[in-house]
Design a protein around this ligand. Structure first.
Ligand code: FAD
Length: 432
């Protein structure tokens, strides 16, 4: 029987480049959907699913407890529009069900992050590896792909992979799931795709400021942060903030770093930050509270009586920097000093001087331009038979399980679509 006469399902050979979260999910979805398709994962290292292992401090923050696609999509500074449609097919509720069907229960923490009940990322790795083996997926580790080229002849149109060492193989369809590896971007680029330049996302802010020194460890439940960048509506976030020994951290800072990633990169991480430490107040409401308090407790010392929900040590610092001596009572506190304190609390200006540490989750923004990918199938709009999933795409989420969810969703969609005939035009480029 010639290859032309065989049915597409009988002859389809699928290669997945990259044995991470997206690659495994895509490979399993494809093999489970199409019994007769031959699926092989090529993982360059000896340790597939390495990032799954180290994520969430070794507990693997699998997804986020948010089952409304619209609300979930808001957690993606890049890719929210494209993922919104994709989440209608596979969202965190499906992720939870997928793992439960395979014997892995997930639990939700107060902040919405979801982990395996075992609190061990090994549980997720084990589940993915067993599911892949059960579905008949072949996994080749230590198999680094060094080139992908298109080979078109009269009978077929295929993609050829070349491994380190020289081995060459042809496949009908290829899923590129190489994460943020430069090699993966290069494959995509030479096959005709535009790569949006990569810059870091999810980081803390380095700030050297006398208002913060020696206050590390103090936390604030609801701070409003606004990044002051020229000529644009400043990105803003409200949420918990933590003072660290190098500046500011906490969920609101990480979110702002993601939404302002490109602006901050362009400014070399030098920017002004407007901080309202008590986001449900503004300067007028704070001044009104001060005046009412002054009427009622004229003899109380300003420094000892913080009437706002703020850590005592922070209040003392701000009062002292406003020039209010520790013996000054409310009745002797000048209007100018009260105004300065209120301004500091609701609109303090801080200078970001660098990108700080965040060791728990490393993510880059940038990658394959989303306009060139069909989010119904995850197939390239440029090169037939080429699919994408995971971090190789110009998608990134805020911290809390959003990045893995994007890998599961795009991997699942790609896997379900592969194994059937590609209808797109082929590209004529080759990659070395
Ligand atoms: C420390 C850390 C903690 C994190 N914590 C979280 C978290 O708690 N929650 C969350 O949602 N996200 C977290 N993330 C992000 C999350 O890990 C990634 O978004 C996710 O792993 C992306 O999956 P991926 O499959 O696209 O890429 P990857 O996991 O990077 O997998 C890509 C794979 O491709 C392989 N590869 C690359 N090039 C080649 C080649 N040429 N040939 C063969 N193989 C190749 C790589 O070796 C790798 O195994 C964390 C990331 C880090 C680094």
């Amino acid at each position: 029987m010639t290859s032309k006469k065989r049915t597409i399902a009988q002859r389809t050979r699928v290669a997945v480049i990259g044995g991470g979260a997206a690659g495994y999910f895509g490979a399993i979805a494809c093999a489970e959907q199409h019994n007769s398709v031959e699926v092989t994962v090529f993982e360059g290292t000896r340790q597939p699913l390495y990032k799954v292992g180290i994520s969430g401090g070794g507990r693997c923050n699998v997804t986020h407890h948010c089952f409304e696609p619209e609300a979930l999509a808001e957690g993606y500074p890049r890719g929210s529009r494209e993922l919104l449609g994709a989440f209608k097919h596979f969202q965190p509720r499906d992720t939870v069900a997928w793992f439960v069907r395979r014997g892995v229960k997930l639990k939700t923490e107060e902040d919405g992050r979801m982990f395996p009940v075992t609190d061990l990322s090994a549980t997720i790795i084990d589940c993915l590896q067993k599911s892949a083996a059960k579905a008949g997926v072949a996994v080749r580790t230590g198999a680094r792909v060094v080139a992908v080229r298109r080979v078109d002849d009269a009978a077929s149109s295929q993609l050829e992979l070349e491994l380190k060492g020289g081995e060459r193989m042809r496949f009908d369809q290829v899923l590129l799931a190489t994460g943020s590896s430069p090699q993966g971007y290069k494959f995509a680029e030479i096959l005709g795709h535009k790569i949006v330049p990569c810059v870091p996302s999810l980081f803390t802010f380095s700030i050297k400021d006398p208002r913060l020194t020696q206050l590390s460890g103090l936390s604030f439940p609801a701070v409003r942060l606004a990044l002051l960048t020229e000529g644009k509506k400043p990105p803003e976030q409200i949420g918990p903030v933590l003072i660290t020994h190098w500046g500011l951290s906490g969920p609101a800072v990480l979110k702002l770093s993601a939404f302002g990633a490109r602006q901050l990169y362009a400014s070399r991480y030098q920017a002004d930050l407007l901080v309202n430490w008590i986001s449900d107040h503004d300067i007028d409401s704070v001044l009104a509270e001060f005046h009412a308090h002054r009427e009622q407790h004229p003899r109380r010392a300003v420094v000892t009586g913080c009437l706002l929900p703020l850590p005592r040590r922070f209040w003392e610092r701000i009062v002292s920097l406003a020039g209010v001596d520790k013996n000054v009572t409310w009745s002797h506190c000048t209007r100018a000093a009260m105004k300065q304190i209120a301004t500091e609390l609701t609109g303090g200006r801080y200078r970001i001087v660098g990108k700080g540490e965040f060791k728990e989750e490393f993510v880059t923004c940038g990658g394959v331009d989303l306009r060139e990918v069909d989010f119904g199938t995850m197939e390239s709009r440029i090169c037939a038979g080429l699919f994408f999933a995971g971090e190789i795409l110009n998608i990134d989420g805020i911290t809390g399980g959003y990045n893995f969810q994007s890998a599961w969703t795009t991997g699942w969609l790609a896997g379900r679509s592969m194994g059937t005939a590609s209808v797109r035009k082929s590209c004529d480029s080759s990659v070395q």
